[in-house]
Design a protein. Structure first.
Length: 596
């Protein structure tokens, strides 16, 4: 195989295999690496080989759906998306804190959306109870963008990012996206022989999402432990030993298990913090609040036998951080028990990720309400932040009766449904309505019922060529992609005490251009990574600036802080050295004059 090390210009050979032999070699290597690095998902079916002695409940895994090679993405739009993450974090925190605005915004949705209504009821019920025992919240937000081109293909402008939605609960794929970046780097370097991943025209960023998320959870865990250490705890009657843990709330039968397990391992290996998994049903059945303490959430430890329990050698898991990877869809609450579990968590002193007000702040209705004139200004102090957020918003329309512009939007959507998406207040993919279904819904729904939906103008991504790998098979076709940027925030609602607010990494999902939806777990998209194409405008210095900025976003927060602090120290040391030398020279000159 010929090895190439293209340092100038054209990255095309990194995006599409040049012949079938190269493609087959890439697939072969990719499948090996996905298995080695845990870039896997649990398959729905088990191995039904009856002659095998294997435990029938042993889970089976297959590779996660991936794109064979990275996809080209404009570097300046990538940087823009990364810069927006801390602003979105702050916005979510402030919106979630503004109780009166949040309830007013969601009011029109509640009569026709039982799920959102139940969430709001819990939000109101915890007022003064759970809300006050824990003021610090952890946000793991992922803002999703697509590239949008304005106008017809011949006259179109250069593409710019537009937000699809912001996920404030169970933002997944952070760890698998780190692994897919590692896979693509390996394939590009080893199989395509391109050892230099930075050139004057393109840049292949690292993706440290896994560490960034683990770091956020660890900081929240440490903050809880610090709060506990400041309290004088009354002696309790319980003899159980407490084992402080992060609790991951999961769906029963979760298929995207490796994404979660990689995070669990990163949290333990990187920060020494243990993570315990439980469903909402298990929390309801095994959890209770320590009312002698500050409503600490305690669960029965799975490692303790009944005999040990009876002998008073019990152990309980004390939940420091309740990290939701479930509880965002009505199907996560098949009975009242699951609602009880959710309420128990919200009432507790655990730091929630997210707390219920963050969950509500991530609804589509809130996204629409924020796009109205004057609303962003209510929450963000800096005009530059407001302008940056507004610039990435697509046209959004609320549909409640009497709202200015609602009837016009409905008329426009019925006349040209191909330009709109109708969205209910749901997460997880597969709920949106397009084309004929959208028109049918707008005709069928009474004006008050429409208020439970929002209308969004369609984003028009430029199509490009991509190779997908699903179940070991390669599929080739025109594709579109969605860039997700993860932001981690730890602080209070007023943003007076902010312990962490950073952009930690990215997720690129690629889907067939003909597919309307975009979820990986829902089967619409595959995981990919961006190969950033640098703008050649502005000369050498502009390119250097782009490079410096990209380096910053290529490293984890702590690594970047280390690097910049080394620079700061080096500069400080040279200044100090210069001053000392200057003094020495002056002293010498004075000495000389005196001795004369
Ligand atoms: P969910 O919460 O179910 O993920 P999204 O708002 O992310 O809902 O929509 C699901 C998918 O639908 C997206 O991943 C994207 O592919 C597509 N989609 C959503 N909004 C738009 C839009 N305005 N224009 C084009 N496609 C969209
Ligand atoms: Mg989505």
């Amino acid at each position: 195989m010929t090895l190439r090390d293209d340092t100038d210009g054209d990255p095309t050979f990194l995006l599409v295999p040049r012949n079938d032999n190269v493609r087959d070699a890439l697939v072969h290597q990719a499948l090996g690496v996905t298995a080695t690095n845990g870039l896997l998902m649990q398959t729905a079916t088990r191995n039904a080989d009856s002659s095998s002695n294997a435990n029938p409940s042993t889970p089976m895994y297959g590779h996660a759906p991936i794109s064979l090679l990275p996809n080209a993405f404009p570097a300046h739009e990538y940087v823009k998306a990364r810069r927006l993450a801390p602003i979105w974090n702050e916005l979510v925190a402030r919106v979630a804190y503004d109780r009166e605005w949040l309830l007013r915004t969601l009011e029109s949705v509640l009569p026709h959306d039982d799920f959102t209504r139940r969430l709001v009821e819990i939000y109101q019920a915890i007022d003064g109870a759970g809300r006050d025992v824990q003021k610090i919240h952890l946000g793991v937000n992922r803002s999703d963008y697509m590239l949008h081109v304005e106008g017809a293909a011949s006259t179109s402008s250069s593409p710019s990012i537009k937000q699809v939605e912001i996920n404030t609960i169970a933002s997944s794929f952070g760890c698998l996206s780190t692994e897919v970046t590692r896979l693509h780097r390996y394939l590009v370097q080893k199989i395509l022989g391109c050892t230099r991943l930075y050139t004057p025209s393109w840049f292949f960023p690292y993706n440290d999402t896994m560490r960034g998320l683990a770091h956020g959870l660890a900081m929240a865990h440490n903050e809880y432990m610090r709060q506990e250490s400041c309290l004088s705890r009354p002696s309790t009657s319980s003899q159980h030993r407490r084992h402080p843990c992060v609790l991951m709330i999961v769906q029963p039968g979760e298929r995207n298990i490796n994404d979660q397990k990689l995070l669990e391992v990163a949290l333990w290996e990187g920060f020494g913090v243990p993570l315990h998994r439980a469903t909402l049903l298990e929390v309801a059945g095994e959890g209770h609040l320590d009312l002698q303490g500050r409503q600490n959430l305690l669960l029965k430890s799975p490692l303790v036998s009944e005999a040990e329990e009876k002998a008073g050698q019990g152990e309980e898991v004390e939940v420091t951080v309740a990290y939701f990877r479930a509880a965002y869809d009505p199907s996560d609450y098949p009975s009242e028990e699951e609602w009880k579990g959710r309420e128990l968590i919200e009432m507790s002193a655990a730091i929630k990720c997210p707390c219920i007000s963050y969950h509500l702040a991530g609804t589509k209705k809130v996204q629409e309400a924020l796009s109205r004139p004057g609303e962003l200004e209510r929450f963000l102090k800096k005009p530059a932040d407001v302008a940056a957020i507004r610039d990435c918003l697509m046209g959004l329309h609320g549909l409640e009766p009497g709202l200015a512009g609602a009837e016009e939007a409905v008329k426009a959507a019925r006349a040209s449904p191909e330009d709109f998406v109708l969205k209910p207040q749901r997460e997880g993919g597969g709920h949106n309505l397009y084309g004929a279904e959208l028109v049918e819904a707008l005709v069928r729904l009474a004006p008050e019922e429409r208020a439970a939906y929002i209308l969004m103008e369609k984003i028009r991504p430029p199509p490009f060529d991509s190779h997908f790998v699903r179940d070991g098979q390669v599929l080739h076709g025109a594709a579109a992609f969605e860039l997700g940027v993860y932001g981690v925030f730890l602080g209070d609602g007023e943003c007076q005490r902010v312990l962490l607010n950073e952009s930690v990494g990215h997720l690129l999902r690629t889907k067939l251009a003909t597919s309307q939806e975009g979820g990986v777990a829902a089967g619409f998209a595959v995981l990919s990574s961006p190969l950033l194409v640098l703008s050649q405008e502005g000369g050498k210095w502009a390119r250097r600036r782009q490079f410096a900025e990209l380096q910053k976003y290529s490293m984890s927060g702590p690594a970047w802080r280390r690097k910049s602090s080394i620079w700061r120290r080096a500069v400080a040391l040279s200044v100090f050295g210069g001053v000392v030398l200057g003094f020495a020279a002056v002293a010498k000159a004075v000495d000389k004059r005196r001795s004369r």
